[in-house]
Ligand binder design. Structure first.
Ligand code: UD1
Ligand code: MG
Length: 395
């Protein structure tokens, strides 16, 4: 119990330090050429980019300082020192640390897409190795209705490691592509972090007590430093968080999902990101043209955001493009304008989908609506996780 109190105090200090550091360091970032222009504003001011590196560093330092608090007792009694748990914490923090470094490299060097997929895979290796040594459990419990065909559980062996590696790649990139309006990257991460913390608190009474305490040890300092970042990134943004932040957040969620064994629940909290990813697939795989930026289009006259668009030349359309367009039109999921030579549709992101359904709205309203949707999905996740899960699983 006293450990949690120390963690809360350390995290509160981390919040104030991050909040203080951000405005003090922003000039350094601009001077180093790390800045971006807010594409949804009239002013073309230089806004410092990659500020997620500050909150990320304070988060890591807080977690390091907390290690002697948790493992201090064990140092007196070296024979019973919990090496396994210690290795888990270290591997988790190492993966997050790698992601911070690689994310910052991405912000500075503007890496290409294929590297964005490779980086989280490499950074998740320490995590997978420790999983192999400590648990190496690669079985999935089969839902009750499917048991007559598949049995109670199936061992998927090495595929389980592929699944965990892909989880890290998904979590990091999914946050990065649900971005482009002030406060959204950080806002969605705060909602996900709060959802995980709530889940941990509910589960603390259960038999997975240790796993959920581990998750809280990582999530509480993460939430504190992220809230400080949100203060500066909220509309109108004084700083941009950069891919550094998206990668650190995604990896932090992947670390707790894997080492605390609740990856399915974490994926439920990622529902908006999953929807955004699936909707984006045709553009991500270039079946439909994908511009460098898909963020909404700002109208200076009205100060409102409209859905941004992409143009498909009819002559270049493949059968697959036509099929996708037909299905999406039927489902009312795209806004299409057609002339003789081309078809113009909205860029396929959840943000633009909100805009075509809810009309042009101010930026801050859009961020709030998307965050409310994220919160709503957490509610759905808890309903699936608790009342419904009992129909599919024994406990
Ligand atoms: C991802 C998205 C891209 C989106 C971008 C916005 C995909 C495949 N990529 O690219 O469509 O446009 O994120 O972050 O979906 N910016 C703003 N306001 C904000 C946040 C960012 O104007 O609130 C602009 C700034 O110019 C900033 C830039 O976006 O400098 C950052 O973009 P970056 O993170 O480099 O884009 P990607 O992650 O590659
Ligand atoms: Mg980005």
């Amino acid at each position: 119990m006293w450990e949690i109190i120390i963690l809360l105090i350390l995290s509160a200090v981390a919040f104030f330090i991050t909040d203080e550091l951000i405005p003090n360091l922003t000039d350094l970032f601009v001077k180093a050429g790390l800045f971006g222009i807010d594409l949804c504003k009239t002013s073309k001011k230089k806004i410092p980019e990659a500020i997620g590196v500050i909150s990320g560093c304070v988060f890591l330092i807080t977690s390091f300082l907390f290690i002697p608090v948790v493992f201090g007792n064990g140092l007196m009694d070296t024979q019973h020192f919990p090496h396994n748990e210690f290795a888990e914490v270290l591997a988790g923090l190492l993966s997050i640390c790698c992601m911070l470094l690689l994310g910052f490299a991405d912000d500075v060097l503007d890496l290409r897409w294929r590297y964005k997929l490779l980086l989280p895979t490499v950074a998740s290796l320490p995590l997978l190795v420790v999983y192999y040594v400590n648990f190496n459990s690669t079985t999935f419990v089969v839902p009750i209705p499917l048991r007559q065909w598949l049995g109670v559980s199936i061992n998927i062996g090495v595929l389980y490691y592929v699944y965990m590696g892909m989880l890290a790649v998904f979590c990091t990139n999914a946050i990065n592509i649900l971005a482009g309006v002030n406060g959204l990257e950080v806002g969605q991460s705060v909602v996900i972090a709060l959802s995980i913390i709530l889940f941990d608190i509910i589960e603390l009474k259960g038999d997975q007590f240790k796993a959920h305490t581990f998750s809280l040890h990582i999530m509480i300092p993460y939430l504190a430093t992220t809230l400080a970042l949100l203060k500066h990134n909220w509309y109108p943004s004084k700083v941009f968080v950069g891919d550094t932040f998206c990668y650190v957040s995604g990896m932090t969620f992947a670390v707790v999902a894997i080492l605390s064994h609740f990856s399915k629940t974490v994926l439920l909290f990622f529902l908006p990101q999953i929807i955004n990813f699936l909707y984006s697939v045709p553009q991500l795989f270039h079946i439909i043209p994908c511009p460098r930026h898909r963020l909404p289009k700002y109208s200076e006259e009205t100060d409102l955001l409209h859905a941004s668009r992409t143009i498909i030349v009819k002559k270049e359309m493949t059968a697959l493009t036509k099929l996708i367009l037909r299905v999406l039109t039927m489902l009312h999921l795209i806004d299409k304008i057609e002339d003789e030579e081309s078809i113009t549709i909205n860029n396929m992101t959840l943000i633009n989908l909100f805009l075509i359904k809810l009309g042009p709205i101010p930026e801050v309203q859009l961020t709030k609506k998307l965050m409310m949707f994220q919160g709503f999905c957490t509610g759905v996740a808890f309903i699936i996780r608790y009342p419904l899960a009992s129909y599919f699983y024994d406990s």
